[in-house]
Design a protein around this ligand. Structure first.
Ligand SMILES: Nc1ncnc2c1ncn2[C@@H]1O[C@H](COP(=O)(O)OP(=O)(O)OP(=O)(O)O)[C@@H](O)[C@H]1O
Length: 576
């Protein structure tokens, strides 16, 4: 947790001011019982009314100053804690933005969301409490002890007995609840994950009549979290009354022994009243400390989870000395590339070598799970390879910055991803400063203009979260337009035509051919008709290249290709 406190550095002035104000507030609070003792012992006992009024007025002023200090300290601590939380959240977001897909898989998306929200809120609260309550408790405790001893040293021995008892209690409770708090955060992650899956998969859940099953799953996760919270609350529930009990017994002891002293004439009534107040202040300080001990374990569990994110070093890094490619043509070369997903026993791609040239279409075909998407994902460096080289314009992609590499690429993923906003916003995502003409042109090529103009607001029509108000084919065409608008050197279409009907598919490919003339195109496809005209077809089989050539060549030389084709086309079509 200490590690995270470095984010408080920019606010050190506010922190120091808040602590200073708390100090003043404590001094004021400690001073009041002594003044009250004076009123009783000097004013009331001797019947000196003017003294009572004079000291009473001073007490009011001190109380007012104390209150003002408290209000401003609380304002400063809240402001600092909120700013601290904001900074942590944005740092966390930035770090997550740098993560490769591996790191996302490692931590988990739901957990990343919980960590950015709930865990940071825990830290925020602890900072706020530390600057108020936590700072006040030791000052008040120590100050209270000094004042109590100054009033009556022997009576203060009671405190010597009580403090260790309370401290022991706090330590025992903290030991018990710390692991439970850690568990609570994990259970919260779990609950978020179930909720996320249920919300995103709502159509499938309904279609398969699994609503009850999902309800049960949610109930279980919810119940799990609740039962852990109840366990913690039960322990805490015992703590407060136990504290009150000790509190009350201490007061009885003080009055008992104090009364004997007054009887002996060794103590005055006012002093005993002040003494009782100091003892209460000490107890109150201990209660505040114990509350901090409740908060700390939870916050430290959160701090560990936040630090885990900060300590995760993104695997994919830019080179220290990046080089820029001077040629702008989009030549892609795979040289003996082998790649395995982390934790997997076998590589998904083995010894892949091929060249994809500009002005040419390179198609990739193969059975499901043969590694087509994986291969395409290696080009924008979503993952780093185990061995071999991937070259773009003659340079290893690990030698360039990710930004410059990805700037050359127009990527159309297998599952179209759209963002909340208008249609124009989504196409513009490919090129920030795209003009309306460029947007319209790109959607024309992507065969999207028809459906866009049929929408009420045309390009200004709003897309719902995740593009749920569009059909699969419409989403695919928008994500193609988004890639087209940047006019990149390299186009990567990862099975991007699968949701289109045959007519639209062929119209789109015709328009693309003219448009992407000078660029390198890599098309992953399931349908042979999509790639039949490609300049080069790469046939993938279980992560290895089974053949490379044109449709005609492969029909003669590659069994795997022949099998795929014969399962999709008739004899006549094959012969064409
Ligand atoms: N993130 C991942 N982590 C671990 N293994 C993965 C991951 N993504 C894919 N795989 C595995 O890699 C293999 C190849 O997957 P890939 O998605 O590249 O196949 P594909 O040929 O594109 O299949 P499809 O045509 O069904 O999309 C599969 O066996 C899959 O289980």
């Amino acid at each position: 947790m200490i590690k995270l406190l470095r984010y408080l550095k920019p606010y050190r002035l506010s922190v120091l001011s808040a602590l200073g104000l708390v100090f003043l507030q404590v001094i004021a609070e400690l001073f009041l019982p002594t003044l009250m003792a004076d009123i009783v012992d000097i004013g009331v006992v001797t019947g000196n009314t003017s003294y009572i009024f004079k000291v009473g007025a001073i007490m009011m002023i001190i109380a007012l100053v104390g209150t003002l200090c408290a209000v401003y300290a609380s304002y400063l601590s809240s402001k600092t804690a909120m700013a601290f939380g904001r900074d942590l959240r944005s740092q966390m977001f930035e770090r997550a933005e740098d993560f490769s897909l591996n790191e996302f898989n490692k931590i988990g998306t739901s957990s990343l969301i919980t960590r950015t929200t709930n865990d940071i809120t825990q830290m925020q609260q602890v900072v706020m409490m530390s600057l108020g309550m936590m700072a006040r408790a030791p000052m008040m405790g120590i100050g209270g002890i000094i004042m109590a001893v100054s009033k009556n040293a022997t009576l203060s021995l009671i405190i010597v007995f009580v403090v260790p008892v309370i401290t022991l209690g706090i330590v025992v409770v903290a030991k018990k609840v710390t692991p439970l708090f850690k568990l609570m955060q994990t259970k919260l992650d779990n609950l978020n994950q179930v909720l996320r899956e249920t919300l995103t998969g709502v159509r499938v859940i309904r279609a398969f009549n699994r609503v009850e099953h999902e309800k049960d799953r949610f109930k279980e996760a919810n119940h799990d979290l609740t039962s852990t919270s109840i366990k913690v609350t039960k322990i805490m529930a015992v703590m407060m009354p136990a504290m009150s009990l000790i509190f009350n017994f201490t007061t009885i002891a003080v009055i008992w022994f104090g009364a004997t002293r007054i009887d002996n004439g060794t103590m005055q009534v006012g002093d005993l009243m002040a003494f009782i107040q100091y003892v209460m202040q000490i107890m109150f300080a201990l209660i505040m400390l114990s509350m901090m001990f409740v908060m700390f374990p939870r916050a430290s569990a959160s701090a560990v989870r936040i630090n885990e994110v900060f300590d995760t070093i993104p695997e994919i890094k830019d080179p220290l000395k990046s080089r820029a490619t001077h040629t702008r043509d989009g030549l892609i070369e795979f040289k003996h590339v082998t790649f395995s997903y982390p934790g997997a026993e076998h590589p998904v791609l083995k010894d892949i070598s091929f060249t994809a040239r500009p002005n040419k279409i390179t198609a990739i075909i193969g059975g499901t799970g043969s590694g087509k998407s994986t291969l395409v994902n290696l080009i924008p460096r979503f993952y780093d390879i185990d061995s071999g080289h991937i070259l773009v314009n003659g340079m290893d992609i690990r030698e360039m910055t990710q930004k410059s590499l990805r700037g050359k690429i127009g990527f159309v993923p297998q599952r179209a991803v759209l963002f909340t906003g208008t249609i124009a916003d989504n196409i513009k995502y490919g090129k920030e400063n795209a003009t309306m003409e460029e947007i319209q042109y790109a959607s024309e090529i992507a065969q999207a203009t028809d459906f866009i103009s049929n929408m009420k607001d045309g390009f200004d029509s709003v897309i719902a979260q995740g593009g749920t108000n569009l059909s699969g084919g419409q989403k695919q065409r928008l994500s193609i337009a988004r890639a087209l608008v940047r006019r990149p050197e390299i186009y990567l279409f990862d099975d991007s035509f699968s949701a289109l009907d045959f007519k639209t598919d062929s119209k789109l490919r015709g328009a693309l051919k003219n448009e992407t003339k000078n660029a390198t195109q890599i098309i992953v496809a399931q349908r042979v008709t999509t790639i039949i005209d490609a300049d080069q077809i790469i046939v993938l089989d279980k992560g290895q290249i089974a053949g490379i050539g044109t449709h005609k060549e492969l029909l003669k030389t590659c069994d795997v290709y022949r099998e795929i084709v014969s399962s999709q086309l008739s004899e006549e079509e094959m012969a064409q």
